[in-house]
Design a protein around this ligand. Structure first.
Ligand code: 6R9
Length: 646
């Protein structure tokens, strides 16, 4: 087990703190540790008054709530503002369009730096209303889910907000998922409508979204209509009666649409995520608590101020895009930047070119993108003027922020290493840019209302009090919700991550303690990849583990057992990788596929992944206890095989 001393060795900067730059602290929402501590205490000792005040300051309610909080972890019946009503799209659009109609709500950049759009609050509201009306005409009713499978473009934001406007929970599926994964999600959420595009282009490559939808619809029986965005203009199959061009459907609609008054606890969206076992889970987030949590964390963690240009370069298909491209920033009336291209195109200076051109003040990305860029030379940053930046945010994996801060921030920015999950709706552990002295590699302290508890024996991270943004259930499977999150440790929410707290109270995340692999910040369940591999008719069994990777954080290492009399060939290895691409999507493709002579199993037949992980990482001196193996000889054969490949 990792000890604090090991960690100290691993992080030579464990005890070194970087003070907050004055230019960031001055005028910030939370500008000292004393202020953080005061508010934090209040949020824990008196949560009702803390959240009541924020809910009234940040949100506009159609019916005010009288009750702040009820329920708990014991029965998994957490409720926030349960008798309040509001409309999320009203909060994100109308009230800003009334006050500042011409303020830019969304800046979008496509694959090429020449593709730039500025969309004002007034325009965003009108487009959202037209789309909401079009969805109603196609028969979508309050409470019925809509699947969104779109590139990272303004239409995706309109689609989410249009769903929110009419009270239809959306299920956004990342456009990098394959037709099979899309079909699984449609089947589970029973969506009647899918909003998609003909194609998208990324790095000049065409991605056939409509084709994937056509294939997915064949495997699911709920879909009645497909609303189709003409994006590239490429030729696609068009099924009369089912498919409808989005521009035609929107053109004839009114630019106003009455927002539904929704109960705070009604579902706002489902978002599917991988766990250690079974099929992806449709996590349910609510209208009131989720929106408040996304808005408050956006405001304070990025220290958002009125004239900032805030950028999060994630994709709306992930929770980061939901909370920190769309809901948090728009609820706060911010200008939010959306990026559909690649960080390395036309060259590795793309992000910093965008920062210079748009005068971006907060920049939020995943460490993997920073690591990729740091492989290139500094001049890709240095040739641009990035002095508009105040806050550099990071999410998805631990980051060593040295290079991010020194090269990009020139030590004049604060780094916020934000630790959180799809389940949490927003940040759980994070520095506050104007207040928290940085320790490189630590997500530092709890956000307001969050009570982290490291179990001192195993070092797992649990949270002991409900917060407004927590997922309320797994769609259609509350039992699984209880089992996965709330019944693991009594009366606590279990994150699935390991953690250590140092003598100064800083938290250090040590990674997943379950069979979830984190590739470039994307969560992938080992069981899903294994399931995809065994669909190949020559694969008998598979076991996947994560191995450390310089750029991606972790890479997938797959051990495959072939059926009898099947020979290993380079073509077969390529086909096995292809099976994962087809069943999940290209981002889940294993970096290594090794045909193994067997798998190390206990006498009760459980695969000992711990051993497979050590072998994959080349840590043969750390195999530890192997006495429970049914056939210890298998281990030598696997080691021999892996060695022969290196
Ligand atoms: C927002 C998001 C969640 C998992 C989480 C943890 C890892 C996220 C991290 C981090 C270390 C950070 N993770 N942020 N690990 N430091 N700052 O990424 O959601 O896709 O659900 O992944 O990502 O393992 O449990 P999601």
């Amino acid at each position: 087990m990792v000890s604090v001393t090991d960690l100290q060795k691993e992080h030579p900067l464990f005890n070194e703190r970087h003070e907050v730059p004055d230019r960031v602290s001055k005028g910030s929402h939370i500008s000292s540790m004393a202020q953080y501590e005061k508010y934090y205490r209040e949020s824990i000792e008196n949560p009702e008054s803390f959240w009541q005040q924020r809910a009234n300051e940040l949100l506009t309610w159609t019916k005010p709530f009288t009750k702040v909080f009820s329920g708990g972890f014991e029965n998994g019946d957490v409720k926030w503002f349960e008798d309040g009503e509001l409309n999320v799209s009203y909060n994100c659009l109308d009230r800003h369009a009334e006050r500042t109609p011409d303020k830019v709500a969304i800046i979008w950049e496509g694959d090429s730096p020449n593709q730039v759009e500025h969309i004002t609050y007034k325009q965003a509201l009108e487009q959202t209303c037209r789309l909401a009306n079009a969805m109603k005409e196609l028969g979508v009713k309050r409470g019925e889910s809509v699947c969104i499978y779109l590139p990272n473009c303004p239409t995706a934001a309109y689609a989410m907000l249009a769903c929110a406007r009419i009270g239809a929970p959306h299920s956004v599926v990342f456009a990098g998922f394959s037709a099979d994964s899309l079909a699984d999600r449609i089947r589970d959420s029973k969506s009647k409508l899918i909003i998609t595009a003909d194609q998208s282009t990324r790095g000049g490559k065409v991605i056939p979204l409509k084709q994937a939808v056509d294939d997915a619809v064949k495997k699911s029986d709920s879909v009645q209509h497909v609303l189709l965005l003409q994006n590239t203009g490429g030729k696609v199959h068009f099924e009369k009666g089912r498919d409808v061009w989005l521009h035609e459907a929107m053109e004839k609609q009114s630019t106003t649409c009455q927002p539904e008054s929704m109960n705070a606890e009604d579902p706002l969206f489902y978002l599917y995520t991988s766990g250690s076992t079974g099929t992806p889970k449709g996590l349910v987030h609510t209208q009131g608590g989720y929106l408040l949590y996304a808005a408050l964390t956006h405001l304070w963690v990025f220290d958002y101020r009125e004239n900032d240009i805030y950028a999060c370069v994630a994709d709306v298909g992930w929770i980061t895009g939901h909370s920190y491209i769309v809901y948090g920033p728009l609820c706060n009336g911010a200008t939010t930047f959306m990026f559909e291209g690649l960080p390395t195109l036309p060259d590795a200076g793309r992000y910093w070119d965008m920062v210079q051109r748009h005068k971006i003040t907060q920049f939020y990305t995943a460490p993997t993108a920073i690591r990729t860029l740091m492989k290139f030379d500094d001049t890709f940053v240095k040739r641009y003027d990035v002095t508009s930046l105040r806050v550099l945010g990071s999410v998805g994996e631990p980051i060593n922020p040295e290079s991010y801060n020194e090269v990009v921030g020139d030590k004049k920015c604060s780094i916020v290493d934000t630790y959180w999950q799809t389940e949490s709706g927003g940040h759980l552990l994070t520095p506050l840019p104007g207040a928290t002295p940085q320790k490189a590699g630590s997500a530092s302290f709890a956000f307001f209302g969050i009570v982290p508890e490291g179990n001192s024996v195993s070092g797992v991270l649990c949270i002991s009090k409900p917060w407004p943004g927590i997922t309320r259930t797994i769609f259609n499977d509350h039992e699984r919700y209880m089992k996965t999150y709330l019944n693991v440790y009594k009366n606590k929410y279990f994150t699935g991550d390991g953690v250590w707290k140092d003598q100064d109270g800083y938290h250090w995340i040590t990674g997943r303690v379950d069979d979830v692999i984190n590739v470039s910040g994307h969560r992938i369940g080992t069981s899903e990849v294994e399931g995809a591999l065994v669909t190949h008719n020559k694969c008998a069994e598979a076991a996947c583990v994560g191995v450390p990777h310089d750029v991606k954080g972790q890479a997938i290492f797959a051990y495959v057992i072939l059926k009898e009399n099947v020979e290993e060939t380079p073509e077969l290895l390529a086909e096995l990788k292809g099976a994962v691409r087809t069943h999940i999507g290209p981002f889940a493709t294993p970096d290594f596929v090794v045909i193994a002579p067997g798998l190390p199993k206990t006498r009760s037949g459980k695969i000992m992944r711990r051993l497979l992980r050590k072998i994959a990482a080349g840590e043969l001196d750390q195999l530890g206890d192997t006495s429970t193996l049914a056939d210890p000889h298998v281990l030598d054969l696997i080691i021999e095989k892996v060695k022969s490949l290196k």
